[in-house]
Write a protein that binds this ligand. Structure first.
Ligand SMILES: [Zn+2]
Length: 252
């Protein structure tokens, strides 16, 4: 399946053009900067309420993204992400979340095709998991990977799920200190000099958890300022892209 029809809409603005990745009974949509209403450093499709952007614009961007993927009737589920290893399981029919009561966690799961799971990133890896009639979205930076957030999510599946790993800062741009590099030396090819390859760590962790099918949207967020937000490149005044994971209605 390709992404939803992109390009200009009637008022000349572009609309969101996320990359769609098929998973068993689910689809993961990885967004980029295109197609929102935010301006300046948040232009245009900033999905992060944890930024200095106007929250009304962020909410409109989230609405536009859901509409673009044909999920406008779903309940958007999101988290207050903390770079930890906690995951949240949504109960069927749970009330929509306001800003202050969003769960504090870095991964979440649902068995409902009425939900749309969002995690937001600006260099960290957005990861989608699906299988067994369950879907998950996980936010993975080096802290979360070191803390075991992927294992915490995968353990909810009765069989190892399929995975999709989205855009994140690449080893071309991700310089880390020796104390961070030291945590990942056991992963093959993950540390080269002072550069860390988060994607390699993520993939090796998933494989060690039994995940066999791993799709990649393998862009470096820091390399392309036109397409991606990057905290490392731009500092605190930047937006968030992310992944929205939806379970197909009637999907296995
Ligand atoms: Zn790069």
């Amino acid at each position: 399946m390709s992404g939803p029809a992109g390009g200009a809409v009637a008022d000349g603005r572009s609309q969101p053009q996320p990359v769609a990745v098929e998973l068993p009974g689910a689809v993961a949509y990885f967004s980029d900067r295109r197609g929102g209403v935010s301006e300046g450093p948040f232009a245009t499709l900033n999905l992060g309420l944890n930024t200095a952007d106007d929250p009304a614009r962020v909410r409109e961007n989230r609405r536009l993204l859901l509409a673009a993927i044909g999920a406008g009737d779903r309940t958007l589920r999101w988290l207050q992400q903390e770079h930890g290893a906690d995951v949240w399981c949504w109960q069927r029919g749970a009330a929509p979340t306001e800003r202050a009561d969003a769960p504090r966690a870095d991964g979440h799961l649902t068995a409902s095709s009425r939900d749309a799971l969002l995690v937001t990133t600006a260099d960290c890896l957005p990861v989608a998991l699906a299988g067994d009639g369950l879907v998950a979205a996980v936010h993975c930076g080096w802290r979360g990977l070191a803390a075991g957030v992927l294992a915490a999510a995968v353990t909810h599946f009765t069989q190892p799920p399929s995975a999709a790993i989205g855009p994140a800062i690449g080893p071309c741009c991700y310089q880390v200190g020796p104390e961070v590099a030291a945590r990942f030396r056991d992963y093959e090819g993950a540390v080269r000099g002072d550069r860390l390859d988060l994607r390699a760590v993520c993939e090796q962790q998933l494989r060690s958890l039994g995940v066999r099918r791993i799709a990649q949207v393998a862009a470096c967020t820091a390399c392309d300022p036109q397409r991606w937000f990057s905290h490392r490149r731009d500092g605190p005044a930047t937006g968030r892209q992310g992944v929205v994971v939806i379970k197909r209605a009637g999907g296995a």
